[in-house]
Design a protein. Sequence first.
Length: 500
Amino acid sequence: MLKKLFSFSDRYRILHQTWFAFFLTFVCWFNFAPFATTIGRELHLAPEQIKTLGICNLALTIPARLIIGMLLDRFGPRITYSILLMFAVVPCLATALAQDFNQLVISRLLMGIVGSGFVVGIRMVAEWFQPKEMGVAQGIYGGWGNFGAFGAEFALPMIAVSTSFFAGGASNWRFAIALTGIIAAIYGVIYYNTVQDTPTGKVYSKPKKNGSLEVTTIKSFWAMIVSNFGLIFALGLLAWRLEQKNIHFLTLSQMYLTWLVLAGLFAYQTYKAWEVNRELLTGKKTYPASERFQFGQVALLEFTYITSFGSELAAVSMLPAFFEKTFALEHVIAGMIAATYPFLNLFSRPSGGLISDKFGSRKWTMTIISVGIGVSYLMAHFINSSWPIPVAIAVTMLAAYFAQAGCGATYSIVPMIKKEATGQIAGNVGAYGNFGGVVYLTIFSLTDAPTLFSTMGIAALICAFMCAFFLKEPKGSFAATYEGEASETATQNPIFLTEE
């Protein structure tokens, strides 16, 4: 596969077009971070408000990834990704035109929807590549797409400075942010007209039921309900943060109203889950052992994504300001230094998938990488102004490598759980990455950078322990074709993590 990677034909063309779509959504999603301090000064924002905007940027991605996952399984990645790319222009222009904190909150909440694009490409890549290549294919998609965070932090400040003559000599951040949305919308049209959901002759499999994930045991049903509650909790945490006296976005009564709405949303999710799985819960349907999968395994992958992608989201959001304040740097320089963290996505996330493909055990790949995440973030805890900047950069890059490789290793497993529901499962796991980002950034907003780094490190070490003892190797991890498939053009049947 690696020998043909740079060709632009057949499935490799689809891979390149899809990671570039993801790249653009990430540029849009992180177009605020390199200008956080500049915008704060221009719009007279308090430090707590700037940190809160970082949380808002992630929040709606949580429900959006679940919804996008369901739409994806029903309508296919071509339509879903195209619409999402075209939608990106709305929050980008809203951010560019914002005049105060409240307008920025709304625009960044909407921007979170754009961040849900990741799950779309997971399904697209799974349709075009075989299980034995899944790790590296998903790693390239995710890693080269995540490279968009580097594009935002490195290129956008330069665009803003080079066009400053349009803004009276000041950093032209408004133009830079607006430009990202316009480019994404144009590419959305191109993507719609140039890709297809599956190879010619292959049927796009869809879940038999929509509205919630169909599970195969009662135990898995209750595990799914607990998982859904965790995502609602993250949104409630954001509402609490927006009510705090130094933020001034929600009143106390508005916060309670938001919690009530979230409780209603959880009740609706639970009802839909019951409706989809009614026959199982009432004993009218049982699944043979060969068709069962453990939702507990999905939950464990959610944890690995909290510690990998969740920590990456937090780090990318706070590192520009962290370097600027810790080492008294200009915001353009600080942004370029911080961009070394997302820069590694070009190599590290694909390497996580490649190692998972070649090491012979996806379980132990995940475990070892999680240990690396924990140790490297605990090292970052000790960074301060007395450190040489190159050493501080090296430590953050070490943390970046393991966190991003962990993302690749996680999504080398996700598409193998239940093929026709890959969108929903990828949406659940991906949403927990945002859950991690929201929780980590909330901790950061209440404490400081060393506390954030140590929290992320300890969480990753706990995750490594859980993986070592409870993660199961997916069935058919290194097969040449999907189970029950005679050729690449045959209809693909699901691969299951069997329940014992």
